[in-house]
Every structure is written in C-alpha cells, then in structure tokens.
Ligand binder design. Structure first.
Ligand SMILES: Cc1cc2nc3c(=O)[nH]c(=O)nc-3n(C[C@H](O)[C@H](O)[C@H](O)COP(=O)(O)OP(=O)(O)OC[C@H]3O[C@@H](n4cnc5c(N)ncnc54)[C@H](O)[C@@H]3O)c2cc1C
Length: 307
C-alpha cells in the first residue's frame, strides 16, 4: 500500500485578517500552524462600531479555533526565525517547510477575546458617561470614531483634532472635504493643523491645550493615531536584510520575500505599494484578499468568513 503523502508544514506568523484568511484557506491542503499572541481574530473595520455598540464585537471577534478546525494554533509571539524554524516567546520551536510572515501592526489588544470585549465595554462606558469627547487624529480611525459617536449619541459634543491640513490625507481633496462637511453638519468641532502633546495625557484630564494655543474641554479622549508595524522582532533574524527603511518586508510580485524561496509575507507588513484607486481596496491586505478571491494566488471555492 502506498504511504500517505506527507503534507508540507506551513507556519503562518500573525493571526490578523491576512494570516487568518491564509491559514483557513490552506488548512487541509497543508500541515498548517497559526502563531498569534491572541486567541482570536479581530475584524478591524468593526472596531469603532464596537466602541459605541459593544455587542457588535461578539460577531467581529472570532476565536481562531472556530474557523481553524484542521490546523494547529499556537498562542504566543514569534521572536526569531532560523532557516528551518520559528522561535516563540514561550520557548517553542516551530519547524516549517514554508513560512508566512503576516504580523501587520504591533499588538495593542489583549490576548484574550473576553478581555477585548471588556475593553469595548469600558470604552463604551466612557463615551456614555461623557458629555464631550476629544478625538486625537483625523485619519480613518479618528474620523470613523467621530462618525459613530455622533450617529449614536447626537447630543454629545465631539472635537476632532488633526495635525495635518485636511482630514483623511490619503484620499483626494474632494472626498476629504466631503467628510469634513459631513462632520461639521453633525456639529463636530474639527481643528486642523493642531496637535495635543500625547505624553501629557491622562484619563482624568478635562482640559487640553493644543499646539495652536487653543483650549479644548472634554470629559474623555481617544487617541486615534497609526500603530507601528510589527517588524522589530525581525531585526535580528535571517530576514533582517529583507526589511526596507520603513521596516516593511520587501516582497517579489508573488509575495515571496526577496532572496528566499520558501518564505512569504502578506498583508500590511509588506512593501507592496498601496493603491487608493479602488474604493474597497486601500491596503495591501485588502489587495491580498482580492487576489485570493480572484483565484490569482490560490484557488478558492468560497469566501472563508461567512457568519
Ligand atoms: C479601525 C480600522 C478600520 C479599517 N478599515 C479598513 C477598510 O475599510 N478597508 C481596508 O481595506 N482596510 C481597512 N483597515 C485596514 C485593515 O484592517 C488592515 O489592512 C488589515 O487589518 C491588515 O491585516 P494584517 O493581517 O496584515 O495585519 P494586522 O491586522 O495588523 O494583524 C497582525 C496580526 O499579527 C499578530 N502579530 C503581531 N506581531 C506578532 C508576532 N511577533 N508574532 C506573532 N503574531 C504577531 C497580531 O496579533 C495580529 O493578529 C482598517 C483598519 C482599522 C484599524
């Protein structure tokens, strides 16, 4: 009798949108290991809605074990890579035939799903008990949070402060202006080209001095500025020469890490140029997902997250 064919060992580092989707797609076809410090996948674009409606998080925080029935889940962080294995913070060595780096942005969320839900409940309590809210950062997260608050709590006074000359600087002037007009129509006070010293912020703060000399009073604040990439752990690994000056992993067109045959990188951690010409595809991971669905990268029969 012929021996069963041994499956290739694929270690996926990072259980965000990109890594989780890949692990789910590959399970059954390969011996898949997903390494993530959290026990759940978070759908990031549900984050701000979950702050005003915490029960929403019940649907957007998905235990890895609920969609990975045929893969091994290791709850820890990668700290090093050799040519044959990934080393974890809790002292394990995970051998691989193929390695996928999908560590996106540095982890700020709790490791347990239950704790993450409590975090949303605390944020919601803060919003509910405040008459006025200060949001620092006029990128997508700050703008979306301001929108969610004024829609659900039209009586609250919201101030949005942004360092740049216009909101959502990554999109065109016209869309940026439309967003400003909408927020203004909902009585959000938008302060542009001003900032608040983040180091001096505390939870009991009520009065905030801006760089422009203005004083903002608010019962609570939320800092909505970009998170750094999670690539510092690669600095002393075999991939150290594969990072660009911004700490992104440099990949070939087929997402293979430059100089390696069996190591790939996907999602926000890569140096794939971001295209804003497609309205629903404004990040490397979104692009990656589109490629997956289009069958360009692997062949897929159905979308993996049907809830
Ligand atoms: C509020 C919000 C709204 C968004 N809306 C949109 C949208 O509408 N459209 C769109 O295209 N994009 C949107 N984005 C961006 C999109 O969410 C990201 O492009 C996407 O999440 C990137 O996925 P990723 O898996 O590459 O990285 P991440 O989601 O950052 O996931 C990285 C994973 O790696 C893990 N990790 C980190 N370091 C290590 C380590 N050393 N070892 C092991 N694991 C590690 C983390 O725990 C995490 O699970 C939004 C983002 C946010 C925050």
């Amino acid at each position: 009798m012929a021996e069963a064919e041994e499956k290739a060992r694929v270690v996926v580092v990072g259980g965000g949108v990109a890594g989780s989707l890949l692990a789910k797609t590959m399970q059954g076809h390969a011996d898949v290991v997903l390494l993530d410090p959290k026990d759940y996948l978070e759908i990031p674009w549900a984050e701000l809605r979950s702050m005003v409606e915490p029960s929403f998080a019940e649907r957007s925080l998905i235990y890895h074990k609920d969609y990975l029935s045929d893969a091994t889940i290791v709850t820890s962080s990668a700290v090093n890579i050799t040519e044959h294995a990934v080393l974890t913070a809790d002292g394990h060595s995970l051998p691989y035939d193929y390695l996928i780096i999908a560590t996106g942005h540095a982890l700020a969320s709790p490791a347990s799903r239950a704790e993450r839900i409590k975090e949303f409940q605390r944020d919601n309590g803060k919003i509910e008990s405040s008459e006025s809210v200060l949001i620092i950062g006029g990128g997508p997260t700050g703008v979306e949070l301001a929108g969610e608050i004024v829609v659900d709590y039209p009586g609250k006074r919201v101030t949005l402060i942004h360092r740049g000359p216009r909101l959502l600087e990554f999109i065109g002037d016209k869309a940026s202006k439309k967003c400003l007009d909408w927020l203004t129509s909902k009585k959000v006070d938008v302060l542009l080209q001003q900032s608040v010293e983040l180091g001096s912020l505390s939870d009991t703060e009520k009065v905030y001095k801006t760089s422009g000399g203005e004083t903002v009073t608010a019962d609570c604040h939320f800092v909505c500025i970009g998170k750094p990439l999670s690539s510092s752990w690669l600095h002393d690994t075999i991939l150290k020469e594969s990072l660009d000056s911004k700490g992104r992993v440099m990949v070939e067109k087929d997402l293979r890490v430059k100089g390696f045959n069996n190591i790939f990188a996907i999602g926000d951690i890569t140096d794939i140029p971001v295209s804003f010409s497609l309205p629903t595809c404004n990040s490397p991971s979104a692009l990656f997902i589109m490629l997956l669905y289009s069958g360009w990268f692997f062949s897929l029969s159905q979308p993996p997250f049907i809830t």
